[in-house]
Design a protein around this ligand. Structure first.
Ligand code: FEO
Length: 574
């Protein structure tokens, strides 16, 4: 019981730390956050960072997640009389940073809320009572006195359309909210341990920023106009101070690579600051897994129609996130422009959130079909709060569409290797295995052949998994899965079943006999043997991940059975 209490107490803690002259960080530490969300894969918890800057006037940058309500507000009250705060700067309105804005306005009604136009509009709907506001544009300044001149940088799409950065000229600190952050909770306020944070930093970039690589490059350009940045005060994880140059450069390199990708898919949707954004993000994630770039456009903020036309004619695939039937002339105009610029070589996909049963998704899809576009995935309609399975379905749909738009390139690559080398490589053999994995309510499976034992102490093996496999997101460091070994002479049924192309979100285990592993992962009843394993590390190997796992349980059903072997003719594709 005592241990349980200690664990509960440890779950939500708060850190107060002076990080620069007149500047205090109030970091809400969420040690155990492990929600199944595309961006929470690495299981290291997260933090929500808020900052107090005291010049002659006082500004608070962002608040916290509502789960920290009591802890955060009590801590803040211990630092300052809340009514002494002059400005509340909203970097971005997602609830993990602005969950306590309403409380702040109730406790300090004279506070002036500072944010982008979009952020203030969103807050009006959230707060429902009048509040003082100051809308800021790029390069606008706010002087707090005592040298704390704040300069704002507009950074749309990092990670929602309303984002601004704030630069304090006195402390050379840039407040960036989601950008340059990571979901990593530890006692370290800063980034001393670069090696420890690097995997999460990259994973976070891939999930949240890669689909907006052009926006990242624009923000970096605007940041370049500021004087030296000594500290990047992020909204999640440790603040960047010891490795600012290196970590900013990583964003630049990754974004340039993304932006240069030959093939891209446009996601055109109406941001609702909630489900539709996350679904669009899941689709984007599925697309970027294949090496195809994504460009996201919020139709709700009236995009320039000429730019929209140019973008639509450049992309290889179009995904449209339909708002509930909208009379908004801007949205209708944008949809008309997309239709007018689409071409028959493209793929189309449509998803819809909210709304009733009479939504115009199918008529819209039919218009694209009539233009000759290929339907990349069946219409996704989400009427209720999306479940984990719906996010996974969207990810798989994104991958399917992206694989279709790159199909010619894949075939060309298969043919490009020299015939001899091709055949020689094909003589590397492997066994036949089915990997099964489950994470919360989502489960998946895949046929694997590139498996080999890799260590005795601990008992471990490696498996290579193509980056665009659906199961890949269930095989992050710390995830558990099962390796099922197929039996020589008795593998055809299982192999045929799992080689099938499954529709996005389809149940891979329908009609298959299974039992459950410790964590609920299906074990194939007709396999020769199985091992329960945990992912220890992953190595980037071009178009595959090499996943190294340790084994902690296993059984053989037939002691005399032999493992099925996979003999191939060529080595440049499966
Ligand atoms: Fe950390 Fe986009 O909120």
């Amino acid at each position: 019981m005592v241990a349980l209490v200690e664990k509960t107490q440890k779950r939500l803690t708060i850190e107060v730390k002076d990080i620069a002259t007149d500047t205090t960080a109030v970091r809400s530490l969420d040690w155990d956050r492990d929600r199944f969300d595309i961006e929470f894969g690495l299981q290291n918890g997260t933090t929500y960072n808020s900052f107090l800057i005291r010049g002659e006037k006082i500004a608070l940058v962002d608040t916290s997640h509502e789960k920290f309500r009591q802890l955060y507000l009590d801590t803040l009250k211990g630092l300052i009389n809340l009514t002494d705060i002059d400005y509340l700067i909203i970097s971005h309105t997602e609830p993990d940073h602005s969950g306590l804005v309403k409380d702040m306005l109730q406790l300090a009604p004279e506070i002036t809320v500072v944010g982008s136009k979009v952020a203030i509009q969103f807050l009006e709907n959230l707060v429902h009572t009048p509040f003082k506001r100051q809308i800021v544009k790029n390069a606008d300044k706010l002087d707090l006195g005592n040298g704390h001149e704040l300069e704002f940088v507009i950074a749309p799409n990092l990670h929602w359309p309303d984002t601004i950065f704030t630069f304090d000229h006195k402390t050379e600190t840039l407040y960036t909210c989601d950008a340059f952050g990571l979901h990593y909770c530890s006692d370290a306020t800063f980034d001393e341990d670069l090696e420890a944070i690097s995997p999460d930093y990259k994973y976070y970039y891939e999930c949240l920023m890669a689909p907006n690589s052009r926006s990242v490059l624009s923000a970096l350009k605007r940041m370049g106009e500021l004087k030296k940045i000594t500290t990047i005060a992020t909204g999640h994880g440790p603040l960047l101070h010891h490795n600012v140059e290196e970590l900013v450069q990583r964003y630049r390199t990754w974004s340039q690579t993304q932006a240069k990708a030959e093939t891209s898919v446009g996601i055109f949707y109406v941001s609702e600051y909630g489900a539709s954004d996350r679904l669009a993000q899941a689709l984007a994630n599925g697309i970027t897994k294949t090496g195809v770039a994504v460009e996201m456009v919020d139709l709700g903020i009236a995009p320039d129609l000429q730019e929209l036309r140019e973008l639509v004619s450049r992309v290889a695939g179009i995904i449209i996130g339909m708002p509930p039937a909208s009379e908004d002339a801007n949205i209708q105009g944008a949809l008309g422009t997309i239709l007018g610029s689409a071409n028959p070589k493209q793929a189309i996909g449509i998803f819809e959130t909210g709304g009733g049963n009479d939504e115009p998704t199918y008529p819209l899809l039919n218009k694209f079909r009539a233009l000759g576009l290929h339907v990349g995935f069946p219409v996704i309609e989400i009427r209720e709060t999306p479940t984990e399975n719906k996010y996974k379905l969207c990810e798989e749909a994104g991958t399917d569409l992206a694989q279709w738009v790159t199909r010619d390139k894949s075939i060309k690559a298969m043919k490009s290797l020299g015939a001899d080398l091709d055949k020689a490589l094909g003589r590397i053999s492997g066994g036949l295995y089915i990997i099964t994995a489950k994470k919360n309510d989502v489960q998946s499976a895949m046929l694997a052949s590139w498996v080999m034992q890799a260590s005795f102490k601990p008992l471990g093996f490696s498996v290579a998994v193509a980056k665009d496999r659906a199961i890949e997101s269930l095989m992050q460091v710390g995830d558990k899965f099962v390796l099922n070994v197929l039996e020589e002479g008795n593998y055809q049924v299982l192999m045929k079943h799992f080689l099938k192309r499954f529709a996005p979100g389809a149940d891979r285990f329908q009609g298959i006999r299974t039992q459950s592993a410790e964590n609920g992962t299906p074990i194939l009843a007709d396999a020769l043997a199985y091992m329960e394993c945990e992912v220890a590390s992953r190595l980037d190997a071009g178009d595959h991940w090499i996943v190294y796992c340790t084994v902690y349980a296993g059984k053989v059903s037939k002691p005399e059975g032999m493992t099925a072997v996979h003999h191939r003719k060529v080595g440049n594709h499966y």
